[in-house]
Ligand binder design. Structure first.
Ligand code: G3H
Length: 464
């Protein structure tokens, strides 16, 4: 049972159809979950589909269709009830109520129902009058929704436009002075905020103000193999090994072939190995202390075998809960997520960024974009001598890997095992590689390099 003094926030989406509400809901949910805040989306559309089925004509959404109005209200009431139950029984912190909520009357009902239960309400309205953006949203997102699963795309688009017209008849933008709200106008060109209360609401508002919906790609690479990597040591500030140097030398060509002529900016940590890895790249560079490797405290400079021998209890506790385990005098992955939050905010604002950082830091950022749980995050595979390209989409993230055929050790330590000491010259990876398109410098299905130069992307199977 939730203590009545516990903070609970309902983010209530507002806006006409195809204004990116579901995308915003999904991004906020992913961001808060990444920070460790229990968050869940309640989509009234899903309840409506459950109640009255799929492939409804636009006339169902006509405000003069009494039966349609009744069913939509019923779906909204069910979703709201479930969200309240989730807050009260499952100790939820942020519930996101995704629907159009486009009339003052509906918003007053939601606000009164939730505040009576001690749940703070933050309305998030997305306003967009750019016809191109709306059409793009319909084509990219709406036509693949279950509502239109078996419809001809042109006919579905026309139907959806008519559905929007029905909503326009009763739509009232948020102006209620007694409500807490943020209004996002034309994807980031203007924000209007009213009565924001407390730290968590401010964090959500700040995140929304950094959010942009332009399509973009982000590239991550670990530093080249370091001298510490060769000795299985963690931490430290070692320089690159000879193979790490080779990777740094090949990086500009890999970037040229795969990232192309974009006006790239390179972000590195403040540590020697990432700065050395980036030094042949002829792009503007920025060093972030926040991108430094996980601080391993008293274990800095030790091998996993040494840690296990000297601190056996710590070693076992880390395996039990790797995300929360904090090194003595150092950090946990949970600490690292908080340290990286400003980097994520900046990444949301920017395009064409190549980040050269470390295994643990890249795991955290990768988890944000790929939606990994806190259990999965510390075990994400981030191999050396590989660029990971992420292309965030509306509700997922596409991933491609570009490997370079410069051998490296494998620093991955699976749960419950001591360190692996692979100092093999061949590329070491157990990432699934599809045979189709696996050429160039990419490893084949036996993990052997095929050709020395000519990078090509492979797609890592994403089962999340
Ligand atoms: O300690 C530094 C490593 O990059 C983090 O690796 O969390 O898998 O031990 P680990």
């Amino acid at each position: 049972m939730n203590n009545s003094s516990d903070l609970r926030i309902a983010c209530v989406m507002v806006g006409l159809p195809a204004r990116g509400k579901t995308y915003i809901a999904y991004k906020v949910s992913r961001y808060l979950t990444w920070l460790g805040i229990k968050t869940q989306i309640f989509s009234v559309g899903n309840y409506r589909r459950e109640l009255v089925g799929l492939n409804l004509p636009h006339t169902f959404f006509d405000p003069h269709n009494t039966e349609g109005v009744k069913k939509r209200r019923e779906a909204a009431a069910c979703a709201l009830d479930d969200m309240i139950t989730w807050f009260e029984k499952d100790n939820g912190t942020v519930g996101i109520f995704d629907a159009t909520n486009s009339s003052k009357k509906t918003r007053a009902w939601i606000n009164e129902t939730l505040t009576a239960r001690n749940i703070q309400v933050l309305f998030i309205e997305s306003v967009c009058d750019d016809d191109d953006v709306i059409l793009c949203n319909i084509k990219d997102v709406k036509l693949s929704s279950p509502d239109y699963s078996e419809r001809d795309p042109d006919e579905a688009t026309e139907d959806f436009m008519k559905r929007i017209k029905h909503y326009e008849e009763t739509y009232e933008t948020v102006t209620e002075e007694n409500l807490t709200y943020i209004k996002l106008v034309n994807v980031g060109s203007q924000y209007i905020i009213n009565m924001i209360r407390g730290y968590l609401e401010s964090r959500i508002v700040f995140y929304l103000m950094n959010l942009h919906t332009r399509p973009k790609r982000i590239w991550f690479s670990r530093h080249g193999e370091s001298l510490f990597n060769l000795e299985d040591k963690i931490g430290g500030d070692a320089g690159l090994s000879p193979r790490g140097e080779q990777y740094a030398l090949k990086l500009p060509e890999l970037v040229r072939q795969n990232i192309g002529g974009r006006p790239l900016t390179v972000w590195t940590s403040s540590m020697t190995r990432t700065i050395q890895t980036a030094r042949h790249l002829d792009f503007p560079k920025k060093q972030w202390k926040a991108l430094d490797e996980l601080d391993t405290g008293v274990c800095d400079g030790m091998t996993y075998d040494e840690i296990e021998a000297k601190y056996p209890d710590d070693f076992a506790r880390r395996d039990e809960d790797k995300f929360n385990y904090r090194y003595r005098g150092g950090e946990s992955y949970r600490d690292l997520v908080l340290r990286l939050e400003p980097v994520i905010m900046d990444l949301e604002r920017h395009e064409n960024i190549l980040i050269i950082s470390h295994q643990a830091t890249i795991r955290c950022m990768y988890a944000y974009f790929m939606g990994l749980s806190h259990e999965q995050l510390p075990y994400a595979r981030i191999p050396l001598h590989t660029i990971i390209e992420l292309k965030p989409k509306a509700f997922s993230c596409e991933e491609k890997l570009y490997h370079v055929d410069v051998g490296s050790v494998d620093t991955y330590r699976p749960k419950g095992q001591t360190a692996r000491k692979l100092k093999d010259d061949k590329f070491v990876s157990d990432i699934p590689v599809s045979s189709e398109g696996a050429s160039g410098e990419i490893v084949d299905s036996n993990n052997a390099p095929i050709l020395p130069i000519k990078p090509i992307g492979i797609t890592r199977t994403n089962t999340r």
